[in-house]
Design a protein around this ligand. Structure first.
Ligand SMILES: [Zn+2]
Length: 114
């Protein structure tokens, strides 16, 4: 992902409208690119600051909040990957089960003289 793409995803990330595919690339980029991470921190701080004014909540650990948000996002990607692997495993298992059933069926037909 380029910096341009990452910058474009900062706002969707903050307001939660980013897609899972975009999220994965975005997180990778944010972890390696200092500039885009700073950009995200600035927008995140502004966003949290505005909400803080709205809700009138007291002091708030903004950097900690961003860390928490990023950790949750990483966890989400991790879970998605696990689900994908599980789905792949189940699909493979289903494929081989069907194949085995077919082989056994054909053998049974062969033995019955069809
Ligand atoms: Zn960047």
């Amino acid at each position: 992902m380029t910096c341009r793409e990452a910058e474009r995803l900062v706002m969707p990330y903050i307001n939660g409208s980013i897609t899972d595919e975009e999220l994965e690339g975005f997180l990778e980029h944010i972890e390696t690119c200092e500039n885009c991470r700073e950009e995200l921190e600035i927008y995140f701080t502004v966003d949290v600051g505005i909400r803080q004014l709205d809700q009138g909540t007291g002091t708030y650990n903004i950097k900690g909040a961003l860390e928490t948000a990023l950790a949750l996002s990483r966890q989400r990607i991790h879970t998605l990957h696990l689900l994908q692997t599980a789905r792949y495993a189940v699909n493979t298992l289903c494929f081989w089960s069907v194949l085995m059933i077919l082989i056994i069926q054909f053998r049974m037909w062969g033995q019955n003289g069809f």
